[in-house]
Structures are given as C-alpha cells and as structure tokens.
Ligand binder design. Structure first.
Ligand SMILES: [Zn+2]
Length: 426
C-alpha cells in the first residue's frame, strides 16, 4: 500500500488557501459568453500559473470559429507536464467561459465574495472552482509523486456555453484529444462532489415554420393563418408526441430523475406581423409562425428516428389539414454519449471518492450536453467523465457558489484518481 494517497490529501489541504485564491482570481476575470469577454486574460493567467508549475504551455486561438474576432479572440490554453518517464496521460479540461450573471444577485457576481464557507460568483460552480481544483490536484500530484511516469495536462477552453466549437471541438479536431496523446479525461463540471458523470443525452434543435397567406384582419377568411396551423401542430405535440416521449425510458442514469426519458421543449414561438411604432397591432392574418423545438433524446434512440417522428407528425397534418404547409430546419444536434462505467477513469474516480469522502459515489448522466461530446465524437477518446465540486442545480443561477470543503475534497479526489490512473501503467 503506497503512502502517496495520504500525502496527496495533505498536499491538497496545505494548498487550501491557494485553491480559494485561485478560484477567486478566475472569477474576477469576467469571461462572459456571449460575447466571449476577457478570454485572453483568463487563458494567459492560467498559462502563467501552469508554466510556473513546470507545464509546457500552448495558446491555441480558434481562428474562424463562431464568434472569433480581433475584439473577441477565442483563445484556449493547453498545458502539458511530462513526468518522470513515458506513460499514459491524464487530462483535466475546464471551460473558462461563464454565462452572463443576469439579475437577482445579492453579491457582486465578479468579486469572488466568501461567505459561510462558500465562494460566491458567476462561474464559481460552473466551472472555475472545478478548474482551480484540477490545477491544485495536478500540482499536488507533481510534488508528491516525483517518480510517477506519464503526463498531466490541463486545458482551459472557451465557448462551452455556446457549443464548444471554438474550444474543445477546435482542439479535438487538431489532435489534442486523440487517444495517442491523451488516455483519460476528467472535466470538472459541476455534477456534485460525490457523483461521477459518464455522459449525456442527445440534443436536436430545429426550427419549424408553418406557412399561411396574408390577408386583412377584418376578413380572415380571405387568408390562411399560419398561427392557427401552428396551433394544430402544438395540439399534436401536446396530446400525441409528449405522452409518447414520457413513456420512453433510458438505461442511462440521468439526473434529475425527470430527465430519464425523452423530452421536448418548445423554446420559443414567433408569429404574425410585428407591432407598429405606436404599439397597435398590424391587422393582418399571419403568413408565418415559427417555433424552435429542443428535443433531448436517449442513447436508445437513433437521431434519424427522432427527426422522422416529428416529420411524420407534420406530414400527417399535410394530409389531413387543408392548406397546411411547413418548413423544418435543423439548427443543432449532438448525439448522446456514455463512457463505459467499468472503464479506468470511472473506476479510479469512484475509488478516490470513496477514500476521500468515505461514502460511495453515484454514477450519473447529465440531462444536457457538455464538452464530452467533442472528446468522444471528434477525439474518439472514450475514457472521459465529468467530475467536479459544484452543485449542478446552482449552475447559471444568481448567487452561484461553490463550497470550500467541496472544492478541497474534489481536488483530493482528482489527485488520487490521476495518481491511480498513472500508476496503473500502460
Ligand atoms: Zn459548465
């Protein structure tokens, strides 16, 4: 039995103040996305920190990625620390972008205020606290296990909140997440300190437009209302599709429980002519009505079937409803992904949680997607999980916080898990 796990726990504990300070420093860099503010500042801050810890630091700007411009460059940082000899590589990936603070805060969202054992601020939970914990975990491991072989990597990536195309996807396309370079990935997203997240459901966003014919509002019988056609669609969704989806259960351990099925949300409805300057309505029959649907699907459902189901519903309206016409446009899609629960990174992290927290961890899947999708689909790297200190429900909320005890515990877990993965050899 190696003495290193105990030494690791002490080394992380000794860095408690540093971990708190690092989290607060990151929160004070307002990397709000959109538009993608202060990415360079944040990437370079991380780069300086990791260079000082012996990492070789690279900055990768996602030129041409959505949103990339001279004003808002998409700058990622990738740091690699080769250890005592050749071996496997454990990579910690955290997104540096945060969503806008929104209203309802009782503290300054970019101050990193400490209160009652918690650090408050936008990104504390999702996920600068997790990224700080991963950095402290890596640094503690380097100090405690100088004989360890392999490599540690830490990346701070952009745009996760807007799909990750300028971040993890961009890096994955350039080989940064290829299995010949990296073997195990931990993404410290806020899934709670005692849960290991092995994947997520799929997502399909589409815009549906019903078509009508404009006419004077006083003589609607001379036109054809796209809004009434959309009403018929919504009626079918409500009474046919949604009950259907609710009955479709998954083997994926999705949390919360309510998401352990197929779901569909109607994100928006827009129809008819805009109001005039004086706020009076335009007296017209609507010739267009659009909705955006947000369909979350299961690992058991092929995406072709997910789309066909909606198309069949619409085609049946074409057959039965006079004048019904529509256009369906794909906006975005991500396939479901799920790591092997018996794989090395899951098992190492479960064991580490048991050791550090003294209780069994829960294996979960996320209701929504995160950057694991790119690591899986583009990088073809399967041994990837999300594990981090934040509380899932607090993500994107006002008064978001991370608990300091959870921060420290998660850093201990990540350090132990990485140690176990690298000591297991090749
Ligand atoms: Zn996140």
């Amino acid at each position: 039995m190696s003495a290193i796990p105990a030494a690791l726990a002490r080394a992380v504990e000794a860095r408690r103040d540093d971990l708190i300070a690092l989290t607060r420093d990151l929160v004070r860099i307002p990397t709000t996305n959109p538009p993608g503010d202060a990415y360079r500042d944040c990437a370079e801050f991380l780069g300086r920190r990791l260079a000082a810890s012996g990492f070789a630091v690279e900055y990768v700007r996602a030129i041409g990625a959505p949103g990339d411009s001279e004003r808002y460059p998409r700058i990622n940082v990738v740091a690699r620390r080769a250890l005592a000899g050749p071996g496997r590589c454990v990579h910690f990936n955290g997104h540096i972008d945060v969503v806008e603070p929104g209203r309802g805060w009782s503290v300054d969202p970019f101050a990193g205020t400490i209160r009652d054992g918690r650090i408050y601020g936008r990104g504390t939970c999702d996920m600068k606290g997790g990224l700080a914990a991963a950095i402290v975990a890596a640094e503690s491991l380097i100090e405690c296990a100088p004989e360890l072989c392999g490599a540690l990597e830490v990346s701070g990536t952009v745009d996760e909140e807007s799909g990750g195309y300028g971040g993890v996807a961009y890096l994955a396309e350039r080989g940064y997440f290829s299995p010949d370079r990296v073997q195990h990935v931990i993404i410290p997203e806020p899934l709670n300190v005692d849960r290991v997240c092995i994947g997520h459901r799929g997502v399909w966003w589409a815009e549906l437009e019903t078509l009508g014919r404009i006419a004077h509002g006083s003589m609607p019988f001379l036109g054809d209302s796209a809004i009434r056609h959309m009403g018929a669609v919504l009626e079918r969704i409500e009474h046919e599709l949604l009950p259907h989806l609710a009955g479709r259960r998954t083997v994926m351990p999705v949390v919360p429980e309510g998401a352990r099925q197929s779901t569909l949300n109607i994100n928006s409805v827009h129809g008819g002519q805009p109001e005039g300057h004086d706020g009076l309505p335009s007296p017209c029959v609507a010739d267009s009505c659009r909705i955006v649907i947000d369909r979350r699907f299961l690992i058991e459902e092929p995406i072709e079937a997910v789309k066909a189901e909606v198309r069949e519903l619409l085609e049946s309206l074409v057959r039965t409803r006079p004048g019904f016409g529509y256009q369906l446009r794909d906006l975005f899609e991500v396939l479901p992904t799920m790591a092997d629960p018996s794989g090395p990174v899951v098992q190492a992290t479960l064991a580490a949680i048991r050791d550090v927290l003294g209780r069994d961890a829960q294996i979960v899947c996320s209701p929504g997607t995160y950057d694991q999708k790119h690591i899986d689909r583009i990088g073809r790297l399967k041994d990837c999980i999300a594990y981090g200190p934040g509380i899932l429900d607090l993500a994107h909320q006002p008064d978001e916080y991370v608990g300091i005890e959870d921060l420290v515990a998660s850093a201990q877990v990540m350090a132990r898990a990485a140690h176990a993965l690298l000591s297991a050899g090749t």
